[in-house]
Design a protein. Structure first.
Length: 226
């Protein structure tokens, strides 16, 4: 396909996406949905092809060679892992069958549990434990490395107070009444500040990225029109 044809397709696709700004007008509203469907379909197809060529084919080539192994468990274990993954994928396709949906739900439950466990372990080993280690290491020349120390302390306080913010705790008083302690309330307030600040920073970064893409597309339309 020539470069001019690719540019023309990009121009038409950009106009189809921008048609969303016109609202639910007859015929116009279907242009945006069509562009979204095309994008989702192409993304799914690209993911499928990339997975097949980058993961499945190399895996099949390696498990056929007894001298190679993807894991430390050996070549036979690689075959078992591949067959299990393939079986799980086939069971997920049984979701439309009501009588067999419990199989799909079981596989989804396994995937969710494994994913949650992986996320927790990754958060602990990749974030929390390094922060704990960094906060306990005091540099020899604290004046020269004061900025790094302050950043480490802020990250540590933000992480711990942010985790504490999502915990609901009450303390029993002398009159058997339950209430929040002042220390817990202060830590929760600090965690709330860090959480709100983080969400605001993420939102601002997302908006800047979207504006950058928007400006680039508008510039592309103007150049194409000229």
């Amino acid at each position: 396909m020539s470069e001019s044809a690719i540019t023309l397709i990009s121009f038409v696709a950009t106009l189809m996406v921008f048609s969303y700004l016109l609202g639910d007008l007859p015929l116009v509203s279907s242009l945006y949905r069509t562009a979204v469907y095309i994008f989702i379909g192409m993304s799914a197809a690209f993911t499928l092809v990339a997975t097949y060529e980058g993961v499945i084919l190399p895996y099949l080539a390696d498990i056929q060679d007894a001298n190679t192994s993807w894991t430390a468990l050996g070549n036979q274990a690689d075959v078992t892992i591949f067959v299990t993954a393939l079986l799980f994928g086939l069971l997920l396709l049984l979701k439309p069958i009501a009588s067999l949906s419990w199989l799909t739900n079981s596989i989804l439950a396994v995937l969710i549990v494994v994913g949650a466990a992986t996320a927790v372990v990754g958060a602990l080993t990749g974030t929390l434990f390094p922060l704990l280690h960094a906060i306990t290491v005091v540099p020899e020349d604290i004046t020269a490395d004061f900025t790094a120390l302050v950043n480490t302390v802020l990250i540590f306080l933000g992480t711990m107070s942010g985790l504490f913010y999502f915990q609901f705790q009450l303390r029993q008083g002398d009159d058997d009444s339950a209430g929040r302690s002042r220390v817990g309330y202060a830590v929760r307030s600090l965690g709330k500040i860090f959480v709100v600040t983080t969400l605001g920073a993420i939102y601002a970064t997302t908006m800047l990225s979207m504006l950058t893409i928007f400006v680039e597309r508008v510039g592309f339309l103007m150049r194409f029109g000229v």
